[in-house]
Design a binder for this molecule. Structure first.
Ligand code: UDP
Ligand code: MN
Length: 296
């Protein structure tokens, strides 16, 4: 496995030093209680991070099953503008419609790999089986080809910088609808029969399934565990309330992420009003007609 824990050597660089008595942000939480940084604008220096992650290859796992292929063009075009600029990137496009994948001009060091996968009639099965497919392709390909994996929803666009500041062994993103909520309001799976069950008195955050990732080894473990959990649920005749997102939340409760992304990294301008402490919107939902896009 790639040695993502190794401390990299950086060259001589000139930058303003941090001030211990002048915190970069005082309006938001910058650290989880288990000392994982929460990534907000103004807290990091991209030049230092880019030097640290200089020889890193990032794999993007993006599903475009059935009608969702229509989102690929904007997703890829905006990713070329904002996502991991200057780094090696492989876009793994998992689709049942390879002929409908648009050809987008890519920057140097970046390429598209189309992986043909089966589809499912129910959209719930499409999203649940993302975990199985990530698990299988991790063993087959990802482990040998990239250092980090980023799983991203396709019905989104990048609208500002998303770079190596997000990379860590295991990272999740604060769901934009729940970052300020009490844990009892989180839409975790609440039925004890499900493997995704989380009791009312537990929970750190509600994480969004639209953007998470980590080292390939960690994402492989996560996806395999979530897939196993969905199989057990299926055998017990239950389906978690928010599908793979419910299982993701259960996994991240007991495998604490090593970085947490602020809602800058998953936002929905249609659903939410931007609060002042959200200085930048980096990855935002593209409006869609749920019934239309999810139908056959
Ligand atoms: N998806 C897909 N085809 C489908 C349903 C879902 O490719 O028919 C993939 C796609 O990548 C999508 C993700 O699964 O972004 C999650 O589904 P969706 O975005 O509809 O969920 P939401 O963000 O609305 O909760
Ligand atoms: Mn989505």
């Amino acid at each position: 496995y790639p040695d993502t824990c190794r401390v990299p050597r950086v060259p001589r660089m000139l930058y303003p030093k941090a001030h211990v008595l002048q915190p970069t942000r005082v309006d938001v939480l910058l650290m989880t209680p288990w000392f994982a940084p929460i990534i907000w604008d103004g807290t990091y220096d991209s030049a230092i991070l880019n030097a640290q992650f200089k020889n890193t290859t990032i794999g993007v796992v993006v599903f475009a099953i059935k009608k969702y292929v229509v989102f690929l063009k904007l997703f890829l075009e905006t990713a070329e503008k904002y996502f991991m600029v200057g780094h090696r990137v492989i876009y793994y496009i998992l689709t049942d419609r390879p002929a409908d994948v648009p050809q987008i001009p890519l920057q140097e060091g970046r390429r598209v790999v189309i992986l043909k996968v089966r589809n499912y009639t129910r959209w719930q099965d499409v999203v649940l089986h993302r975990m199985e497919m990530i698990s299988n392709f991790s063993q087959q390909r990802f482990l040998h080809e990239v250092d980090y994996l980023v799983s991203a929803d396709v019905d989104m666009k990048f609208s500002d910088h998303v770079g190596v500041e997000i990379l860590s062994s295991l990272f999740g993103t604060l769901h934009p609808g729940f970052y300020a909520s009490d844990r009892r309001r989180f839409t975790y799976e609440r039925r004890p029969l499900s493997q995704a069950y989380i009791p009312e008195d537990e929970g750190d955050f509600y994480y969004a399934a639209a953007l998470y990732g980590g080292s390939v080894a960690e994402v492989y473990r996560l996806a395999t565990a979530c897939h196993q959990a969905t199989l057990i649920d299926k055998a017990n005749g239950i389906e978690a309330v928010w599908h793979e997102e419910s299982h993701l939340n259960k996994y991240l409760l007991y495998h604490k992420p090593t970085k947490v992304l602020s809602p800058e990294y998953v936002w929905d301008e249609r659903m939410l009003r931007k609060p002042p402490y959200l200085r930048r919107l980096r990855y935002v939902a593209v409006p869609k007609n749920h019934a239309q896009i999810r139908s056959r």
